[in-house]
Write a protein that binds this ligand. Structure first.
Ligand SMILES: [Zn+2]
Length: 147
């Protein structure tokens, strides 16, 4: 819930900022052209059209950055995921698996697996939460290695 709340709050902040920029842009741009009784629509003036095209592209870029930033955040503590580790290989795809990158939370809350190729359509990222006790996994590894 905290994860999605943070995402929605970032979207709201981006929406508020860009609505303010849009309102300011309409105030800064020159008046629309008039020819006698005819007043052009905003999309018929070249400065308005270019200004709002750039505004729209900037807004889409900001939304993309918000989504990408959210994708690489820990689902528990919202910190940026770190330490990308490559797994799999293109030339040994049947032995090692498909190429993928694993990102881990610096506090050990979980691991995000990002597939680099998508064989059967879109393969969504796989978030695997870790156990609360990180030492239990190490103890399990040490007891199984003795056997
Ligand atoms: Zn975390």
């Amino acid at each position: 819930m905290k994860y999605w709340g943070y995402f929605v709050s970032k979207l709201l902040v981006a929406g508020i900022v860009f609505s303010g920029i849009g309102i300011g842009l309409t105030k800064l741009l020159p008046e629309r052209t008039t020819f006698g009784d005819f007043t052009s629509e905003p999309w018929q003036d070249l400065p308005w059209t270019f200004a709002f095209m750039l505004f729209g592209l900037t807004f889409l870029g900001a939304l993309t950055l918000v989504v990408i930033d959210q994708r690489f955040r820990c689902r528990t503590c919202l910190r940026r995921l770190r330490m990308p580790v490559g797994a799999g290989a293109w030339d040994k795809i049947f032995r090692l698996g498909s190429p993928q990158t694993e990102w881990i939370c610096p506090f050990g809350h979980g691991t995000l697996r990002v597939f680099e190729i998508h064989f059967t359509g879109h393969m969504s990222d796989a978030w695997r939460p870790h156990d609360d006790n990180i030492w239990r996994e190490l103890e399990t590894l040490s007891t199984t290695s003795k056997d």
